[in-house]
Design a protein around this ligand. Sequence first.
Ligand code: ATP
Length: 358
Amino acid sequence: MVELSEPFLELNGITKRFGNFVAVDDVNLEITEGEFFTLVGPSGSGKTTMIRMLVGMDAPSDGEMRLQGRVMNDLPANKRPTCMVFQSLALFPHKSVGENIEFSMKITGKDKVKRRARVDQLMEQLRLPLSYYEKSVTQCSGGERQRIALARALAFDPQILFFDEPLSALDFRLRKALEKELKDIHRETGKTFVYITHSLEEAMVMSDRIAIMREGRIVQIGTPHEIYNNPKNKFVAQFMGEVNTLSVEKAGENTLRVTGFDDIFTVTDDLSDFTTGFLIIRPEVMKIGRSAADMKNKIKGIAFNDYALGSRVQYQIRIEHFDEPWLVERLQDEPYEGQRGDTVDIGWRPEDSILVSN
Ligand code: ATP
């Protein structure tokens, strides 16, 4: 975790229009030197458009981008102290691993011996065997190519590295391993990383801070911990994964009524300024069966389905007047004692729900 101090990269009112369509809408952002900052959003939310402007592949329609205080709007891509690692990695297929990595140094005319020393250093840092120098990149695995692309980007000695979903094409296990590796490399290099992904889960593992984008706007910026514990609205809460979502209105000083129904639930939030919103309850805080018996917030339903989710089991509970099934998760070695088809209590503690605006 880095100390947040002076802004390194500053965006003021950044907007990108394509004809009448606004792809990025008045984005204001400050990124600190050495930070691992991730832009997350669903498909079409404007992440790629943002990063294209940041690396100089596109110009903003409005707004100002400053790097260390200097406006860089009109600086062409090849003059920016930034480098991009693409989803496709864009390695030169006919060149060896070493030639790919030293590409930028060759262009800038760096002497051969120094070049080789730097390539060796980068290969070591990225845990690539030095014997790979001569190996063709076409003979490397997905994970190795990822590291070669990163070594090539680091060889530019950029001030900021931008990443456009570099892990999205990889299989699950490799992706998980590389997420951690990327975080380690970030720490070791001390560089500023700006990463884009549609996976909040991926962002949570690696980032110091996350900005959540929706329809060209940033809806929330915070540390993974802040976003997880205090999602700003229903969109952010639901973007984090499967959750139970209830449309609610204020009923009493610390109680909410499910909109249009008689169910009343207790919360610990201050409701003095609240009228309507959404109550979010994560499946893993929900109790089922005997363990739900003493819960302050309780409701009855039919356990009609269950799914193994690795270390946990998810139960789906049908409750008559709710369209969506309720989700409850238990650890696999502490399964719910009942049977599929049973009528069962489910419940949660007031302090375990999250109240958000629309
Ligand atoms: P994905 O995760 O699918 O890559 P994204 O968040 O990166 O999505 P963008 O590629 O930035 O989204 O696109 C944002 C919006 O801008 C989309 O609706 C897209 O269709 C639109 N858009 C992007 N580039 C152009 C363009 N050159 N001309 C017109 N519209 C564009």
